[in-house]
Ligand binder design. Sequence first.
Ligand code: SF4
Length: 320
Amino acid sequence: MSAKILEVKNLKKYFPLKTNLLGREKEFVKAVDGIDFHINYGEILGLVGESGCGKSTTGRTVLRLLEPTEGRIIFEGQDITHLKKNKLRSVYKHMQLVFQDPFASLNPRKKVGNAIDEVLYVHGMKDEAQRRETVRELFDMVGLRGEEDKYPHEFSGGQRQRVVIARALAVNPKLIICDEPVSALDVSIQAQIINLLVSLKNRLGLSYLFISHDLRVVKYMSDRVAVMYLGRIVEIAPADELFKNPAHPYSRALLSVVSVLGSGKNKKKIILEGEVPNPVNPPSGCRFRTRCKYATGQCSEIEPQFKCIGNGHFVSCHLY
Ligand code: SF4
């Protein structure tokens, strides 16, 4: 069996913006514009980038909550890109989503234990006693022993995120897409949820696509990290390597914040000039060229290809 639980090839997600007189779409927001990456079994891949770079759209498209415009999504060797909706249920048994706002994803009128009981039933666990026992175990696992008879409003934000994690675990997933799972929580609670996710991953052998703008959390969590800019991945490397030696000028600027905070040495935060370009009409050649101090004529004409510059370290920039 391949070591890869997920492979994403040339994935694109465009959102139509304008139509012409014939009603045909003629302008698109190119939120995700041809990305390739994979996640190995038991691995955490962090996905970072400024807000609006396409991180969350990537997560939702991989899960087929958004339909891909182009490309392929291969989960456990099966191409799920065009799988019919009724067949996707068997995929969702193994691939789940935990996102930012736990309150929005829970029914306020339903006891949390009943909500998870329902998930178990839908996914084929028809025996009531078995479901009750499984709900109890799941709440135990996420540190909420005996709390299954409460309503969502009776929990704190961090506890609600634990409930959402318990619900994701109910179907025995292998891959969880975590989309900013702690950014809505108080800083004091964030560490608890992060530690819970890491311990569950180790205990259950899970893999995560961990999407976050919080670079310190990504650094702590991830085995490898992919950096996204304007719908494209510009660099991907083992986490230690990327945070020590970021190669792409955009990654260097983005990660300079963490170096400054982490080392306390003479490192300087790199301030990026200019605005992120419009994803409807991204710059020709390298998309980062309008903000890059190393840009040359070649950068506006030729799109840089991914190159391996070391052990598992890939970058897309003409400097290499
Ligand atoms: Fe800068 Fe050119 Fe590299 Fe793009 S390809 S990051 S513009 S040097």
